[in-house]
Every structure is written in structure tokens, then in C-alpha cells.
Ligand binder design. Sequence first.
Ligand SMILES: [Zn+2]
Length: 393
Amino acid sequence: MSDSLQHREQGLSFEITARSGTARVGKLHTAHGVFETPVFMPVGTNANVKLMRVDQLKEIGVQILLGNSYHLAVKPGLDVIKLHRGLHGFMGWNGGILTDSGGFQVFSLKELRQIDDDGVMIKSPVDGSKLFLTPEFSIDIQKTLNSDIVMVLDHCPSPNDSYEEAVRSLKRTQYWAERSLKHGVNSWQLLFAIAQGGVYEDLRRLSAQKLSELPFSGFAIGGLSLGEEFEKTLRLASVTLESLPEEKPRYFMGGGSPELIAHLVEMGVDMFDSVFPTRLARHGAALTFRGRLNIRSARYKNDLKPIEEECDCTVCRNHSRSYIHHLFDRGEVLGGILLTHHNLRFMMRFMQRLRDSIANGTFSEYKKEVIDSYVKGEGDGLCSDIAGDALSR
Ligand SMILES: [Zn+2]
């Protein structure tokens, strides 16, 4: 029996190996490997991380990625996934996969859904087909996808929702979490609950406390980084974290800017996902430790330097800023491919540095360095990523 399987059978899917204040380094044991945390998970909504092959994801150090139950249940449909014995086989990916429950689509397709305590009827924006998503059906989809980490269906309120609406979604989220737990996942899958509570501190605390009483393998913080003020995101995340069990993994859903991640890792968040690095790349923005570069800018036309001197990625070893600028200027798809590769490698290097700094006791200094250099660095004025984060899932 593999070590990982033994760990999970003993209910020990997560171990903390180093700490610095409330920040921690850990190991998450799943059916497709052991992942070091804090970890960043690229988003692969339609069974692909846009513009990246799976062998390239492996090459740059991606351990686990995110798939989306709702989108995959609509297209290609579960019958096709079954033919491949799950999402790993379908994608040709043997690393970890976390699947979202569809809860976020419930939130983002506001005009196309009807919601009650039983579940949610969603009309597909792709083909108009209707799908009635219940907590149990969401789990069944994720069992068919055979992901390593299954998320419960939740009801994510909008940051503009009233206190009463936030209470209603909190109660529904709790009820759905209990139903999900009762329904159960495959023995090799981990089931995570999602704390909600809108923009209200007392509701955030209450949601986290109530869910913590249940035997989930991990807990997510949902419904943040949706356009509320940065300081508010941090405060609400902090309140939630204080009420979650310390020994279980904590996942902040949909936050990807280096600044946000550095703050949340300090508070003890272990897992992140966001379309932030890949979406920026397709729009011509490169992430570096000195800030964000808009490679479309004419200032890079004759710039022979790589995107980032210190980066070990194949793009930085072989191509100049000038070349990538030219590709974007001509509307060539390769420009987005090259920047996506670099940006994801940047995220992997960033997370590795965070883990190393926690393990060797230099986290506080490193966090300050990230904030100083990334936010106030020599990037070309696009360094505030808060707006980017609002679009991040
Ligand atoms: Zn690079």
C-alpha cells in the first residue's frame, strides 16, 4: 500500500511540516500524489488549462489543477468522461485534480438560474439545456469525474447582498454541506466544505464554526475576492480562518495575485486557484518579481532581455521581450502561449519561495519583499492586481 493511501485510510490526509507564525507548510495526500502546500492550482475549466499541454504543466511544476463539474457535465457530458474512466484519463493528466461543485456558476450565471433549498436549476449559456443541480447530484458528477478533491455545492451570495440574503445563503450552504456529507464520496476522494457568510464578519464566523463541527477533509473560504475592497477581503478571510480547524487544509477560492496570496499564506491559507495568471497572459501581461509588464507596450519593441532574467522557464531561456511583443503586435496565438507558460512558471516559483521561506524562518522578510517589489516595483503601472482578482474565476 502506498504511503499516501495509508495516510488517507488513517484519516490523515494533511500534515503540517513547518510553521512561521500562523503560516504553514504542509503535505496533502491524495489518490494522485502528495502535494506540498501552500499550493497554487491553475484552472482547467473545460478539461484544459488554456494554451498549456499537460506535459508542460508537469514540466513547470504544477502539482494539482482545478476542473469544473458543471461545465464538464454539460460538455462533453458524463457519458464521454465515463468512457475515459474519469477526468484524469480524459485529459491525459496524472497529477491531482480538484473539482468545483458548480456553486460558483450558480453565482455567476445569475440570470440563468432558479434556486431553492432542494438545489438549483441552471440554464446552460452554451446550448440552453437545463440541469437541476442538487448537492447529491454535484457529488455524483464529481464521483464520475473521479477527482481527488470534491467540493460541496454551496450558495455563494453577492458582495452586494443584504444581511438577510447572506443569512439565507449561509443556512442553505450549511444544509447542502450536511446533505453532501451524508451522500458521501468514493473512499479515495477528499470532500471539502465551503464557508460563506457574505461580507458580514459575524456570519463568516458562524458559517466556519458550524461547518467545522462536521468531519470534512478540508475547508474552503468562498465568496470573496469578488470585487469587495482588498482590506475587506483580508479581514473576512481572517475571521473565517480563526474559526476553522487548525489541522485541516484551508483553501481560498479564486484568489491569484501575488500580493493577495502572500497576505493569505501569512494567515494560514494552504491552497489557491485562479485564472489570474493565465488570463493576464492572454491579454499580454507578464508576471515578474519586479511587477507586471504589459508586453504590448512599444517600450519592449527593441528589448532583448527575457521577460525575467532570473526565470528558469523555457520561454525566458529562449525568447526576448522584443519577440513576444512582436507576436502580440501581429495577433499571433503563440504570444499568449509563451506568456501563459512563463506566468504559470512564475506562480510555481513564487509558491516554492513562500514554502521555503516558511520552512527556513524568513517568511516575514520575504512577504515584505514581495509586497515591496511586486507592488511598488519597476513594472509599467499595471501592478495593482485587485481588479484582476475580481475577475479571477
Ligand atoms: Zn519565464
